[in-house]
Design a protein around this ligand. Structure first.
Ligand code: PMP
Length: 316
């Protein structure tokens, strides 16, 4: 059961801050029944200037892309969405993340809704303290380096069905099945492949490897969600003069990698120890993963002036 009672938390719902327990949808709602809920997920950082949302406008842009790809007739624009996110963070001190959602709350029979009102919800909270610890007590430490299982059978990242650029609930059901199977086999995480059999991404992370020549490689735009962390890591690599390319990565290239890591809003830079039980490269994390991970943490903490514009303060 989810913790239904969070006396201190309020959720922004269609313009009003409602108590956490009241932010619910009906079991027959379109979003629940069809997986049509579009969302985005951002990190919040405490800084000397107060709470800041990391790359808020970029997340809102990606959210609007998902809304367009799914075809939801959302009537709110980027500025209103960004200010709703800031208001939700101000109303929920100590929040570590913001989840922005657009959904069809109406009870519908057909796949195309009769009532097309798109509701917007913004939840700002602390996933560990507000949800995980309340549900399961102490939360086990996240492994420092991840053991990966490669899902080779099902080509999950295909632009000809719902595009990987759409962050919509339904797009997470295949990765969920793959990750669940990987967990049962003793792996931490799963890597998905694209329609041509190239490595694509994790269920909620992007993928990078460092080849033996020290070049950072990540799959191209078409087959992955355009991760905000991915884009940030590429900018940090450029700043640090680490050469990088965005191009298809074959499964065979994994065994020759010097380093590999996953990136995401929750994961940050997450080193990969092995793929299908085969250890990757030498030391883990390798030097480039360590450098980029450290720089990313400094940027999000507001300690790196060159990237100060990536933090959006909620009180300013
Ligand atoms: N790929 C997928 C499919 C995701 O869901 C996420 C998480 N949003 C990512 C990659 C990483 O994106 P970001 O760095 O913006 O969190």
């Amino acid at each position: 059961m989810l913790p239904q009672h969070q006396p201190d938390r309020r959720i922004w719902l269609d313009g009003a801050l409602v108590p956490w327990a009241e932010a619910t949808v009906h079991v027959l709602s379109h979003s629940h029944a069809r997986g049509s809920m579009v969302f985005d997920f951002m990190s919040v950082h405490e800084t000397p200037r107060g709470a800041a949302i990391f790359r808020l406008p970029d997340h809102v842009d990606r959210f609007l892309t998902s809304v367009r790809l799914v075809g939801l007739p959302l009537r709110m624009g980027a500025e209103e969405l960004a200010s709703a996110c800031k208001e939700a963070v101000r109303a929920n001190p100590g929040a570590k993340v913001v989840k922005l959602q657009a959904f069809l709350p109406s009870i519908e029979i057909d796949v195309v809704p009769v009532d097309d009102h798109v509701a917007v919800a913004v939840a700002a909270f602390d996933p560990r303290a507000d949800v995980l610890e309340k549900k399961q007590g102490p939360v086990p430490a996240v492994p420092k380096a991840v053991k990966i299982w490669l899902e080779k059978e099902r080509k999950q990242r295909r632009p000809d069905i719902m595009h990987p650029h759409a962050k919509v609930a339904a797009n997470y059901t295949s990765p969920m099945a793959a990750k669940w199977a990987a967990r049962k086999r003793g792996y931490d995480e799963v890597l998905l492949v694209d329609e041509h059999g190239f490595v694509a991404e994790g269920p909620t992370t992007n993928f990078f490897l460092v080849d033996q020549g020290g070049v950072l490689r990540t799959p191209p735009d078409e087959s992955v969600l355009l991760g905000v962390t991915r884009r940030s890591i590429l900018a940090l690599a450029e700043h640090a003069k680490i050469p990088f390319v965005e191009e298809p990565i074959s499964i065979g290239a994994l065994s020759g990698a010097a380093e590999a890591f996953l990136t995401g809003t929750t994961a940050g830079v997450w080193p990969i120890a092995s793929v299908d039980d085969q250890a990757l490269g030498g030391e883990c994390p390798g030097p480039i993963s360590r450098t980029l991970g450290q720089q990313f943490r400094e940027v999000t903490a507001g300690k790196e002036p060159a990237f100060a514009s990536w933090l959006h303060y909620v009180d300013e």
